[in-house]
Ligand binder design. Sequence first.
Ligand SMILES: Cc1ncc(COP(=O)(O)O)c(C=O)c1O
Length: 377
Amino acid sequence: MSNTKTSRIFLSPPSVGAKERAAVKRAFDSGYVAPCGPQVDEFERRLAALAGRRYAVAVSSGTAAIDLVMSELGVDESWTVIAPTLTFIATVGPAFHRGAKLVFVDCDATGNIDVALLEEALKPAALSVIAPYHAAERRSPKSKTLVIGVDLYGACCDYGAISKLCRRYGAIFVDDAAEAVGATWKGKSAGSAGLAGIYSFNGNKIVTTSGGGAIVTDDRGLAERAKKRAQQSREKCAWYEHKEVGYNYRLSNILGALGIAQLDRLPAILAKRRANFEWYAKNFPGDVMVPPDGSNHWLTIGLLPSRRERDAMSRRLAAADIESRPVWKPMHLQPVFAGCKVFGGEVAETLFERGICLPSGTDLSSADFRRIAGALR
Ligand SMILES: Cc1ncc(COP(=O)(O)O)c(C=O)c1O
């Protein structure tokens, strides 16, 4: 299955072909060329089943999904939002826009949040906490501390330990599983922990709708309100009646069809991503990060002894027209977050210095691997 017209080898390009094209055409021909329709409903049912959740709400991006959960919780200046420092900015962007106080926590060797440091971060935040969130109290939530876990590069963070800490300190846990569709933590699906999980279906993700995202949750009220807010918070009424102001975040039905076709291929996609990882484990001239069991191996990460060697390898790959990228630059090093509190940070800084994201696409061929091998040498 070929998805690129150039010979450039990308990090994680979309893997789409005849099945996806046929599914999109069927949706198109059905007339549901709109942000509602049977395919987007079916996509949501499939996502809920995949996540082991009761509800899924499909939206236009992972960022929109996070924003809707922030909106549901009423996150504002009075909130503290704790997140791992090693992540993509979208994890905390919506909380930042709502004026929340951001607190960053270092990762451990897996790249995911260090739970001992998370506990340190929760201790002072706990002072402002009265009781855990309850959906019925969303207008005046009693907990104003939110932990956003991240399943980095497709490996779930420690759902058990984070859930326990959040219960102990009365914080709310939301899991940013944007990169982890299809992954598992101790047999439970990515996105299945906490109040809600978040998925992304961006073009570079393991399952793509070109752009898209979802909230998965067991909280019926949250799911219903998020779906309504994603559609301008329109009341059920013949005319346009609004008791609150919403957003235009719904996923289009055409993209729902694309998502279903991708989910049909998920087992094969996961097998290929794992095979990519295994290839690098044997052939990468350095260490590769070995993610915890259950990873979907979205991206394989190589670790070089120093930044200089990492950059030299990036240059060699680039010269062969092969894309690579340094590991996420930690949030506490981002100029926009200067002044935010960080617990630890050195582990994430080292991964940023030494880590390189390697081409991990679903459609990588043997010829591609031969080219990569040549450039790595
Ligand atoms: C960890 C993480 N969170 C959130 C997002 C945002 O998802 P989207 O690009 O669909 O808005 C992404 C990916 O882009 C991500 O990697």
